[in-house]
Structure formats: C-alpha cells, structure tokens
Design a protein around this ligand. Structure first.
Ligand code: G6P
Length: 615
C-alpha cells in the first residue's frame, strides 16, 4: 500500500506528480504529499490529509515550481492519517526529502539512537526515522547523498520503496527498493518513477523493474545507473516494453471503475482464455504447466495460498483441482501459512494467487515455500509484479488493470485460470478423460458470452438492491462450489457498503447463524440447479420459516424456488464447476448498487487499499 511517484526532466514536475498520484490512489488515500526541488535548489513541500484532490488544491495555492519532484499517497500504518504523518518527510536539517512505501521494522531502535544524536521527530511514522538516518549518515560520514542512502539502507530491516531528493541539487533523484515495488519509466531526456507502471503510461512505454536491494541514481537529462545496495556493485540495466494502454486506465463512460470492471468481464475473460483451449476443446494448454510437466506429474499435494478475494478464488480452485486432478488440496491464508510452520517438501506444489502480485503476506508465503523445496506457481494479474517474478512458473489472468478496490474482474479471471489449471493438470496426470476436458473446456469457452447474458440482470438487481439498502446485516449462503461464492458476495458488500455480511455454507447455517435470522436480516442464497439444489431448497425453507427475507440466485427456467424465496434472480445454466463465475455477477452488482444507494465511494472505500504491501 501507499503509492510513490517521481519525475525528473524538462517539464514542471507538479502536474505530472499529481496525475501520477491519482492513478496510484487505489493503493491508499488517507493523505498525500509532494516535494519539488526548484531550479535554485529549494525544496517546496505540500501535504494534505485526505485524497489527492485535497493536496492539489492546497498545493496550488503555494509554490509548485521545480522540474524534479517526488510524491506519495498514503495508506496509514504508523500514525494516524494527518498532515504531519503524510509524506514526503523532510530531515531535521531541511536538506533531504523522502517518500516511502513499506515498513521499517526496526524503526524504534533506530529512532532511539538518532535521538541520542540530537534528532527530534515531528511525526509518528517509521519513514521520518529513515530520512533522519540518511541525514545523520550524510553529515557524520561527510559523504554524498547517494552514499548516505546506501549506508542507511544497510541498517534498515523491513520493506521499502523510496525516492529521495536533496536541497541544492535539482539534478538528481535517488530511488531504492526491497520487497516493495518500484518501476522506472525511461523517456526522452526525462525519467519517471512509480510504485507501478500506471503513472508512466502515456509518457513512455520503456520501463525498468527495479529488483530487490537495488538503488538507482537518476540524473537530469536521463542518465541512469543502478547498483546493488549491499555490494555497491553496478547492475545491468534491463529495459522492458510496457504493454498497457491509457484507455485501460480510464472509466470508459461508466460512473465508477468498479461498474466498468463488472461490465467488462465478458471481454476480460475472452482475453484470459485466449489461446489456452485448443480449437476442438480437447486440450487445455498452459505454457507454465507444459514447461514443468515433471513437477505436476509427481506432485503429491497442492497448497493454494492467497489473501482476500484471491483466497476465495483459491477455495473454488481447491474444488476444481480435487475434482479434476484427484490430488489432495489445501487452501491457506498467506498470512497464516507464513507463520504456520507448514510441512512441505519437493513433492509439493504451492499455487500463489494474487491480483496485484505484490501482497506482502503472499510474497512471504512464496519465499517460505521455496525455502522448503516446494515448486511455486503464480496466478497473477499485474505483469512483471514481484510475485510472478518470485515464482517458478505461472499463468497470468490477463484481465487488464483493476482499479476499483473491490475486486471483480480479477476474481472471475482467477477462477477461470484455476479451472484451466485444474483441467491442464488433470489431463496431464491422466485423471480427467478427454470427454470431460472437452465438455468443461467448451462450456468454459462460452463463459464470456454467458456472462454477457447474465449482465442483463442489472436492472432487476438494481431494483432489488433498493429494498435492502438499509439492512444492517446480511447472510450469504451457498453450498459446494458456491460456498466460496457466498463468501465473496458477502465480502463485496462489506467492503463497499459497510454493511455487516457473513458468508456461510448453507447447511452449516443451522449450527449457529440461524439464531440471527429475523425480519431484519435478509439472506442471499446461491442456488443454481446442481447436485445440491434439493438440499439447498430445504436450507432456504429453514430461513423462511424464521421470517427472514430471501434473495435467491437460481438457474434460468428453474421455478421451484419462486414460491419460497422473496426475490429470484435468474442466471444462465452452466456446469456446476462453472457456476461461481456466473453467480458472482449479480452479487457484484447487488453490492455495487447498495453502496451507491448509500452514497458510498465504491472505488475507494474507507480503510481499504488495493495493494497491501505491508504485513
Ligand atoms: C486487498 C484488496 C483485496 C484483495 C486482497 C489481496 O485487501 O483490497 O481486493 O483481494 O488485497 O490482494 P491480491 O492483489 O494479492 O489479490
């Protein structure tokens, strides 16, 4: 979380930085700040609590000159969101300004030592400790800023992506990273830096993904050198081509990114599936599996690790892999797995699922799995992010940038890739026969069209959402493949409308949550016509007989629920293993409209961030 951006070149930095922060705002939006070094070497700093628009207003009233600058949008970890804790932080001497994404774990010890040297602190942040440390090293060692940054970073434990500028030097920008992402955009005589590539698009398509423990010294005019922080030796510069377009980062006529992302699922899933199923549907081809056939043939167990929505996709992945590969599968929250002393060896495959490819807990889980000898496979969206680079192999979901904080198209992309993966491994191990592969793969190939059809429920869902806008609690129930769908539906509602919602296996509901049901507590029941349909009907009756209102998601043409549920939303019939892909559409829409009815900011819900790069 937190986004950083920087610029050095011939143009005024301020507008570029503000525009960049707006693109990175999904990473955090508690407070924001900017520092420009003007031609005389003076540092102009502006900070503001709240969103980037506030900062822009505040800063425009002051001096925004300078063609070198750094900026930050914050998701608070150390210290509440206010102007003082906002970045950039400036050292006590007033000479050095710094922005930081990550966490300095040993900040308390460093702070105590700096206090002994006469440093005082204005903020509660770990970042201020780092800028003071650089300042101390620079004065104590009488060295250059570049050397001071390197020396200071050697004393730091934790994760960081930083950008640093110095008073009196409008010609140098220094950046470094460890465990937090940082991208450098190489333009014509100008250079951009950012937490991800989105602020860079539109200026250049040539990027460098800085690696862990690397720092870059960027000079006015475009000169750039990269060195290893630990060894101080120069490292090779690897410029890659960026394949993102500006259109992918805009709302395309929708009111919000979330609505755009819900409605673009037919096309994102077409992109996700492209080239991965043979024309006759007899085979699924995933390069990441093909290149490591031996690993998947000998695997004795598969463990899926993820956080948030990606964890819900993992739960669906478990069922898919169990059904099509007959391998034992476990699903773990990455944050629990990493500290859970897992038993793993070289016969284990760990699949890490992450939209952003940057989630700190998932990244740590991967490192642990690798240490224990497991083979690690990534299912990610953001190309070139830390997780796909840390894994042994993987498959991108290719759904394009997801900007709404509540994940929608990434979830369906993840479930689609996990379905492909289960079929690919199942066919490789000879567990899933050709006919099964053919029938599931051909149904999967139709899913983008089926979702297009499903989206026609939009007006109906919008109407139903009005009835339930002011409910205080919701229960989401599903069984089999759709128990995770229920969890994901509840999470969507919680995230953006701030209504308490619980997802539960429908049959387990009678062991506790049933006590909560009354006229005030609606239930959303995911009940497509599958092998558990009759069972779920009786679960619905249990809710109805306690006076609870029921919204049921049912397969088109199945009328049995009409007399029992209060509202039925029909979705097209698909094989059971694909129902989560379709059933999640009305759930996304329902959460969306309830939040909009309540006047909430759906793209940037309170307290959340899209990319969680801290523990
Ligand atoms: C945050 C986001 C969620 C996301 C989770 C995991 O909490 O708000 O939408 O599901 O992180 O992120 P990842 O990028 O690893 O999928």
């Amino acid at each position: 979380m937190c986004g950083i951006v920087g610029y050095i070149g011939p143009k005024g930095a301020f507008d570029i930085l503000i525009q960049g922060l707006k693109r990175l705002e999904y990473r955090g939006y508690d407070s924001a700040g900017v520092a420009m070094v003007d031609a005389d070497g003076k540092i102009n700093v502006h900070k503001s609590r709240g969103k980037v628009a506030n900062l822009e207003r505040v800063a425009r009233a002051g001096d925004t000159s300078g063609s070198l600058g750094i900026a930050h949008t914050r998701w608070a970890t150390h210290g509440e969101p206010n102007d003082i804790n906002a970045h950039p932080h400036v050292s006590q001497s007033g000479e050095i300004a710094l922005v930081h994404n990550g966490t300095i774990e040993n900040y308390a010890v460093l702070k105590q030592a700096l206090e002994k040297h006469g440093y005082t602190f204005k903020s509660e942040t770990d970042t201020e400790v780092l800028v003071q440390l650089i300042d101390y090293v620079k004065h104590h060692n009488q060295c250059t800023l570049q050397e001071a940054v390197r020396e200071a970073l050697l004393q730091v434990d934790g994760a960081y992506a930083i950008a640093v500028v110095e008073k009196g030097d409008p010609d140098t920008l220094i950046v470094a990273r460890k465990s937090s992402p940082l991208v450098i955009g190489v333009g014509e005589g100008e250079t951009f830096i950012a937490s991800d590539a989105t602020p860079i698009i539109g200026y250049t398509d040539r990027v460098i993904y800085l690696k862990d423990n690397e720092m870059a010294i960027i000079k006015r005019g475009g000169d750039l050198s990269i060195r290893n922080v630990k060894s101080s030796t120069p490292t090779q510069i690897d410029i890659q081509q960026l394949k993102l377009s500006l259109a992918q980062l805009e709302k395309g006529g929708y009111d919000t990114f979330m609505l755009k992302e819900i409605f673009e699922q037919p096309s994102t899933l077409r992109d996700c599936l492209r080239g991965r199923i043979t024309d006759d549907c007899s085979r699924v081809v995933l390069a990441g599996v093909e290149m490591h056939k031996d690993v998947f043939l000998k695997a004795k167990r598969i463990t899926l690790v993820a956080c948030g929505t990606s964890w819900h996709a993992a739960l669906i992945g478990k069922r898919l892999i169990q059904d099509f590969c007959r391998i034992p599968v476990e699903v773990e929250y990455a944050s629990e797995f990493r500290y859970g002393n897992p038993v793993l060896d070289s016969d284990d495959v760990v699949i890490a699922i992450s939209q952003s490819g940057e989630t700190a807990d998932t990244l740590a889980a991967i490192e642990l799995a690798k240490e224990k000898g497991a083979f690690v496979y990534g299912v990610c969206n953001v190309v070139g992010a830390s997780i796909p680079r840390a894994t042994d192999s993987g498959t991108y979901i290719h759904v394009g940038p997801e900007i709404g904080v509540a994940s929608t198209k990434a979830f369906t992309g993840q479930v689609t890739v996990l379905t492909l993966l289960a079929l690919a491994i199942g066919q490789l191990r000879g567990v899933t026969d050709k006919d099964t592969v053919r029938s599931v793969a051909s149904a999967l190939r139709e899913i983008p069209d089926v979702i297009e059809e499903t989206l026609k429920c939009d007006p109906e869902v919008k109407n139903i959402s009005r009835i339930f806008t002011y409910a205080h609690n919701f229960l989401y129930l599903g069984r089999g493949y759709n128990y995770p769908t229920a969890l994901e539906g509840a999470l969507k509602l919680k995230e953006i409308s701030y209504i308490h919602a619980e997802g539960y296996p429908a049959a387990e509901m009678k062991h506790g949550p049933i006590a909560l049901i009354d006229q005030e507590m609606p239930s959303v029941i995911i009940a497509p016509s599958d092998y558990l349909y009759d069972k779920i009907i009786s679960n619905v009756q249990q809710v109805k007989s306690r006076g609870g209102a029921v919204v049921a998601i049912v397969s088109k043409g199945n009328t049995a629920m009409n007399d029992i549920a209060d509202y039925c939303i029909e979705i097209p019939a698909v094989p059971a293993c694909l129902t989560p892909l379709v059933a999640s559409i009305p759930l996304q829409l329902m959460a969306y409209y309830i939040a909009v009815n309540k006047g909430k900011d759906v793209d940037q819900p309170r307290n959340l961030a899209k990319s969680v790069t801290v523990e």
